[in-house]
Design a protein around this ligand. Structure first.
Ligand code: URA
Length: 441
């Protein structure tokens, strides 16, 4: 069938089957379909949507457009325990992956985590890991597979052979106003994740002022589609809708977030929002993969893995296996660079912290040099924000709202007004939002 006939069908509101989608995704992956047809296809899907079966078929076509990892059966890569992962729609101060991967590995899971770089106002796991000197996010397949089997976790970047159709399709969507389409978003996210051969996937869909989807309704619609399409494509998939009305950690920035990951993996900060959300996601992963029978058993395993030092040990082995220093945890201050200038941003009036424009804080980190203005920009891993005051806190005049970590004083001054405007204060006490808004299975 001609590509233009497939596009015509979608344009006219008809459905596409797996064969047709394989033709289009195969042609995108091997370069035989040009950008004009990719753009027309994306726009036809954007305007007419897809039913569940079509979206499942699109996800499977993207997954199968390149190498699909197989861990379990005879002749496969050979993992002893369940293969599972978590993926987030992205946020600010969201360093869950750095903690969760090693923590779940220490509970018997195998986590082949293929992560991304910062996008817009959100931070990227790979950028954070590259704060660690020597850490290689593009190892050979052999190294990646060995670490997933032996250590239980490896966090790396996308390889060229993984879901190649998505790379081109996403690039064209980005410049043809077709990013915001639920079937295209879900097939893009899940196509890449499922190519890693997962039995279980837990998605963290963010809700609130720093989330990718602007409203509660849109986040929930995305979450429902992820569960339906992930399960339809043969991977046990559940979603936690978690709060992004404030940064998840009280810091944001690459080195700062690695410091925080080491602190939590070391068993500190158990009362923090970051710990609680990471624990909720880990619990769901253990239960869905059969590593724990219920929440109580999952909690016991998670406590043991953290308190025994096993989770931190897995992180250290992963770092060393990917070229970083084996003694990072013991000498973090030596390896992770700190910014030369720190400035406290003080409140100019009293009140209860009622709103935080989380997106603005994320953009502040980008402006300081902690993210990219243009693709290919170098990142300053030292800069960012810390000591970010939480929603609901009583603030007095002169009390810090956050601390800016900058390359120099001018950079700190340049972002301070924008950052100050990101905080809303009210006279009346404020109840902080829940950490987990809902769980969908
Ligand atoms: N992230 C992805 O990987 N794909 C999308 O379409 C949107 C976010």
């Amino acid at each position: 069938m001609l590509t233009q006939e497939i596009i015509r069908r979608k344009r006219d509101g008809q459905t596409l089957d797996r064969k047709m989608l394989d033709l289009v995704m195969g042609g995108i992956a091997d370069g035989s379909i040009g950008d004009a047809q990719i753009g027309a296809f994306a726009m036809a899907v954007y305007l007419n949507g897809m039913n569940r079966d079509e979206a499942v078929a699109l996800t499977e076509s993207i997954r199968d457009s390149g190498q699909v990892m197989r861990w379990g059966g005879p002749g496969d890569l050979g993992c002893a325990g369940p293969v599972l992962d978590k993926h987030s729609t992205g946020g600010v101060g969201d360093l869950v992956s750095l903690i969760l991967g090693p923590w779940v590995a220490a509970c018997g899971g195998h986590v082949p985590m293929v992560s991304g770089r910062g996008l817009g106002h959100t931070g990227g796991t790979l950028d954070k890991l590259e704060s660690i000197p020597g850490y290689d996010v593009t190892p050979s397949d052999a190294v990646f597979h060995r670490l997933v089997k032996e250590v239980g976790v490896a966090i790396i970047g996308q390889t060229g052979s993984l879901a190649p159709a998505d790379k081109r399709l996403y690039g064209v969507r980005d410049v043809t106003a077709t990013v915001e389409s639920i079937p295209l978003i879900v097939a893009s996210i899940l196509g890449k994740k499922l190519a890693c051969g997962l039995e279980t996937l837990v998605m963290d869909v963010k809700v609130g002022s720093g989330a990718f989807m602007p409203t509660q309704e849109a986040s929930r619609e995305l979450a429902e589609a992820i569960v339906a399409i992930g399960c339809g494509a043969g991977t046990r998939t559940s979603v936690l809708l978690t709060d992004m009305n404030q940064p998840l950690a009280d810091c944001a920035g690459n080195s700062l977030e690695v410091f925080e990951a080491l602190r939590l993996l070391g068993g500190h900060g158990k009362e923090s929002r970051l710990h609680q959300v990471t624990r909720s996601l880990a619990q769901e992963m253990l239960i869905q993969s059969g590593l724990a029978g219920d929440a109580e058993e999952a909690d016991k395993r998670l406590n043991r893995a953290l308190d025994s030092g096993e989770a931190l040990e897995r992180f250290s082995r992963m770092v060393q296996g990917l070229g970083g220093p084996g003694d990072l945890a013991e000498h973090a201050g030596h390896y992770l660079l700190s910014a030369p200038v720190t400035v406290d941003l003080e409140a100019d009036r009293a009140g209860f912290l009622s709103t935080i424009d989380t997106r603005a804080l994320g953009l502040g980190v980008v402006e300081l040099g902690g993210g990219r203005r243009n693709a290919g920009d170098a990142i300053d891993h030292r800069v960012g924000l810390s000591h970010i005051a939480p929603l609901g806190q009583r603030i007095e005049p002169g009390q810090p709202l956050l601390r800016i970590h900058a390359a120099d004083r001018d950079d700190a001054d340049a972002v301070s007004q924008r950052l100050r405007r990101a905080f809303g204060l009210s006279e009346a006490p404020v109840e902080p939002p829940p950490l987990v808004h809902a769980t969908l299975r």
